[in-house]
Design a protein around this ligand. Structure first.
Ligand SMILES: [Zn+2]
Length: 187
């Protein structure tokens, strides 16, 4: 769970390339949504790494994860954005701007919204295969085996940091460069 934000290090570089088409919240929340289940599964498992189930499976990523993400992007974020904008005194605050885009707006094109969500959810489940021992990608089947693509099968920490250090750098670079600021010029 504390590692969830690192998944944005994959989502944001994809989003920024076609930010007039991809939807920011769909891609970002999609890249984080599987980890929601850790919150309610954690009390029921003996090992922390096993608090993952349907939302971390490949068909979960193609179905439930996308539905949750679209609900957040269409129903939750836009009203919160409107409410906060109304309360912003002088209207000059730019907290809702990322790379020049108002990220609280609902998606305009449902097809791009679904595609953005799918890229996010599938990227999460795929990255987890490289950084976790236990991956319930075929949930509820094959839960007795550790399925993973760890680069260093004998060293979980090393397998993890080779991905998370670069992703952390990308994440902070994007936050510093683009949050409340304009985006890069179009090529
Ligand atoms: Zn995860």
């Amino acid at each position: 769970m504390p590692l969830t934000p690192f998944h944005l290090g994959i989502a944001w570089p994809i989003w920024i390339r076609a930010r007039d088409k991809f939807h920011f919240v769909c891609l970002s929340f999609g890249a984080a949504v599987p980890d929601l289940e850790i919150l309610w599964l954690a009390p029921f498992v003996s090992e922390p790494g096993h608090a993952r189930g349907l939302l971390h499976s490949f068909y979960g990523a193609l179905t439930v994860d996308v539905v949750i993400t679209l609900m957040v992007a269409y129903l939750l974020v836009p009203p919160i954005g409107r409410w906060l904008r109304k309360r912003a005194r002088n209207g000059g605050e730019k907290w809702h701007i990322f790379a020049g885009v108002d990220i609280t707006r609902a998606p305009r094109d449902p097809a791009w919204a679904v595609l953005s969500a799918l890229i996010g959810t599938v990227s999460h489940v795929t990255l987890d295969l490289f950084t976790h021992e236990f991956n319930p990608i075929f949930y509820p089947y094959h839960l007795d085996k550790d399925i993973n693509w760890l680069l260093f099968p004998d060293d979980l920490s090393l397998s993890l940091i080779v991905f998370y250090i670069p992703l952390g750098i990308i994440l902070f670079y994007y936050l510093l460069k683009y949050w409340t600021k304009p985006g890069p010029d179009k090529a």
